[in-house]
Design a binder for this molecule. Structure first.
Ligand code: SF4
Length: 371
């Protein structure tokens, strides 16, 4: 029987020319993520899914690690068509190795023998057909790190756009200027996990802080809709001083960027810290708002974070969207995207009206035919 690595090595295509640069001694520089690996002949990059064979860079193609229909609030996007269905696919592998990963079955499939997730053959046409059949509005590359499989995402996104769907990445943000330019024509929304504001801690997760910050700024400058998530882990990244620096950075990019501070629960290899209490999320939200962010949300603890699941008008404090977990309970934004009371424009991508919610809970049953 073929190993997972062998199966994946058969499902490849050549890298996009924009994302690769020849170096000396048959090595290749990959620009698909912030590691910018110089990959020797016969070797793979840090992500283990892009490899140099005979002086050509081969990258994943033609499969998915899994698919699921999620409420868009789960990604989380709170300022993108509230209530919409987000048809979500994942690949395998990641360029970081966070011990607390909540998607480790797909992200660490090539590093950790216990993370088993067999790939499923897929075509862009079949994925888009299935997304439309489910009533999706957005097609999302998520669950593992989508940057490392950007070529495959673009193939799917081209098909999705042609069918009238919007497209999105849920990503750790470890990008490069080259990969963001490559994605730019085909992507509408981008969620970045800002895991910490401390470079030393980022290095423990296998990354660096600088490429993440550069990516957030570039995404905003390119005009994509960006939301940021920080999973707060007690004792790891939840000091007031660190949260303050993160919030100040986001304000310097744009005070309109929504910041989701979410609760950690024990998972994967990180079982030492306690689960994040609601008080930590409230403290982080207070810091974000005081720093000047207009929209700060507390996630993963529905009903336990006061009003921090809702959207309020930053000008007059009118309730605009009321949520409980992923459920939309009230939607009051006007057809032109403004507050019904003071008429202030609310940043985001809003529809003419609330179109209801197909589901407020994720489901995957029945989503198994791809080609
Ligand atoms: S995607 Fe990132 S980790 Fe993978 S080969 Fe390219 S630069 Fe290296």
């Amino acid at each position: 029987m073929s190993s997972l690595k062998e199966v994946l090595n058969q499902n490849v295509r050549e890298a996009a020319p924009e994302l690769v640069e020849p170096l000396d001694r048959n090595r290749l520089r990959c620009f698909s993520c912030g590691h910018e690996c110089p990959i020797p002949e016969g070797q793979a990059g840090v992500c283990k899914v892009r490899f140099n064979l005979g002086g050509k860079l081969y990258v994943p193609h033609g499969y998915v690690g899994g698919v699921q229909c999620d409420p868009i609030e789960k990604k989380p996007f709170f300022h993108v068509h509230p209530g919409a269905l987000a048809y979500s696919f994942g690949m395998l592998g990641c360029d970081l190795h966070c011990s607390y990963c909540q998607n480790w079955v797909t992200s660490q499939a090539l590093r950790d023998p216990s993370a088993v997730s067999p790939p499923l053959k897929a075509s862009p046409e079949a994925l888009v057909r299935q997304a439309l059949r489910q009533g999706a509005r957005v097609l999302v590359s998520t669950y593992n790190e989508p940057l490392i499989t950007s070529e495959w995402a673009v193939e799917i996104f081209k098909e999705a756009r042609a069918a009238g769907l919007d497209t999105a990445f849920v990503s750790n943000g470890n990008g490069t200027p080259q990969v963001l330019e490559y994605l730019r024509p085909w992507i509408d929304y981008y969620k970045v996990d800002l895991k910490s504001f401390d470079d030393a801690r980022y290095r423990k997760l296998g990354g660096r802080l600088a490429p993440i910050l550069r990516t957030i700024r570039q995404l905003h400058e390119m005009g994509l809709w960006v939301e940021i998530v920080t999973l707060l882990i007690p004792g790891f990244n939840d000091s007031s001083e660190e949260l303050q620096r993160a919030a100040e950075f986001l304000v310097s990019v744009s005070p309109d960027i929504p910041w989701h501070v979410t609760a950690f629960h024990q998972d994967y290899r990180m079982t030492d810290p306690d689960d994040t209490p609601p008080s930590t999320l409230k403290r982080a939200a207070e810091i974000g708002k005081r720093a000047g962010l207009k929209f700060v949300y507390a996630g993963n603890l529905p009903g336990r974070v006061d009003t921090l699941e809702n959207t309020y008008c930053p000008t007059c404090n009118e309730l605009l969207v009321e949520r409980y977990s992923y459920m939309i309970k009230q939607y009051r934004i006007t057809p032109d995207g403004s507050c019904p009371k003071c008429l202030a424009q609310i940043p985001g991508r809003w529809g003419k009206q609330f179109e209801g919610q197909i589901t407020a809970v994720p489901y995957s049953a029945g989503l198994r035919v791809f080609s």
